[in-house]
Design a protein around this ligand. Structure first.
Ligand code: URA
Length: 230
């Protein structure tokens, strides 16, 4: 949000006062005087007036979780365990998922309280490759790779999927890289060939690969270098 809007939203300040405070250089963001009313502030910034805290600034948090099958990619669910139930962290209500997985899909899941970061990770324009290991009911024929590369028409969304890369590993297993995250996208792509996906596991998002040592249900904080990958 713009700094002037943040300040005007406070009950003790009106827009005229905000304009003056900024001109008089009495507002600091993370220790720096800011006089630009358009300066973008977020929940993670510490904002002060004459050295008095107006917003303390929350710590930004980023985690990778190995989602097990059988849990819901949601913050609350009346019936099933959710991925957030697996986290032993304070203020869990501040956290959200960056890129859902289906109930029975396992693998890399990103969880954060930074909406700006998660939007960047998940928005289709970013075109981050997501790599999935797939096991199927029927044989994966040689026709699949060319079709996935060409794109498959999804009538419901009235769109054609972006080129995807398939590496067949065996008659019933493959590794698929897609740059979107449409609803049930991988299952629908194999569904085009009437081939049911029996196992689906996300191995990576962009350059971030799920740790081999992270067992299903386990998680860890991302390093600053990993956060900066996105
Ligand atoms: N595609 C699917 O069909 N399911 C997932 O969970 C992820 C991608």
């Amino acid at each position: 949000m713009r700094l002037d809007r943040f300040l005007s939203n406070l009950p003790q300040l009106n827009r005229q006062q905000v304009r003056l405070l900024l001109i008089e250089k009495r507002i600091q963001v993370d220790g720096q005087i800011i006089s630009d009313p358009h300066y973008e502030v977020r929940a993670f910034n510490r904002i002060e007036l004459d050295g008095q805290t107006l917003q303390a600034g929350k710590a930004a948090r980023y985690f990778m979780l190995h989602k097990p099958p059988g849990c819901v990619s949601a913050t609350h669910d009346p019936e099933h365990p959710t991925v957030l139930d697996l986290l032993n962290e304070p203020d869990k209500e501040d956290l959200h998922i960056a890129g859902r997985l289906d109930f029975n899909t396992s693998g890399l899941m990103l969880i954060t309280n930074d909406g700006h970061w998660s939007r960047h990770v998940t928005q289709p324009e970013t075109k981050l490759p997501k790599v999935y290991y797939v096991e199927t009911e029927q044989t994966i024929s040689s026709a699949y790779a060319a079709t996935f590369k060409q794109g498959i028409y999804f009538a419901y969304e009235d769109l054609t999927t972006l080129p995807a890369e398939l590496h067949v590993l065996s008659a019933h297993s493959a590794r698929l890289s897609i740059v979107e995250g449409r609803y049930h996208q991988v299952k629908r792509m194999f569904g085009y060939f009437n081939n049911k996906v029996l196992r689906l596991h996300r191995e990576s998002i962009g350059a971030l690969i799920l740790d081999e040592g992270l067992a299903p249900g386990e998680y860890r904080a991302l390093s600053p270098q990993e956060i900066a990958l996105f």
